[in-house]
Design a protein around this ligand. Structure first.
Ligand code: 5GP
Ligand code: ZN
Length: 118
């Protein structure tokens, strides 16, 4: 259920501080420590699911709950005119923290193209 060496499991346990926007038995949301946009928070299942590669049918409810609360949290954080969600997975996805999480990024200004073209 949790990994003692995982940063996000330790945030879930309250061992590492975070600026939380939401906290319940299944999910937490907190501001990213290195924001890349005026609004930048992470929405994180409490269970230690490494990435979407490890997601199974038993996680359907938590991922459904995560997506259906995103708009409200984004609005409450100040992104009322649009936002972007990103889930990085594995090496190619440039995942840095191996506990699945969804980035929520917002303006006020438009964020630009989804990926930089080479
Ligand atoms: P990834 O590249 O894995 O999708 O993104 C990991 C994100 O977690 C990064 O944007 C990074 O700034 C954020 N992060 C890493 N460690 C911490 C931490 O201890 N606290 C918070 N609030 N964010 C963190
Ligand atoms: Zn974890």
């Amino acid at each position: 259920m949790n990994d003692p060496n995982c940063i996000f499991c330790n945030i879930a346990k309250g061992l590492i501080p975070a600026k939380k926007l939401h906290d319940d038995e299944d999910l937490m949301a907190f501001h990213d420590i290195r924001p890349q946009a005026p609004v930048h928070f992470l929405l994180v299942p409490k269970a230690h699911i490494v990435s979407l590669y490890e997601a199974t049918a038993e996680h359907q409810a938590v991922f459904g709950k995560m997506l259906t609360m995103t708009g409200r949290l984004a609005r409450e954080a100040g992104a009322s005119d649009g936002f972007r969600t990103i889930i990085n997975n594995g090496r190619v996805g440039h995942q840095e923290v191996y506990h699945v999480h969804m980035h929520v990024l917002g303006g006020p200004e438009p964020l630009g193209p989804m990926l930089l073209r080479k």
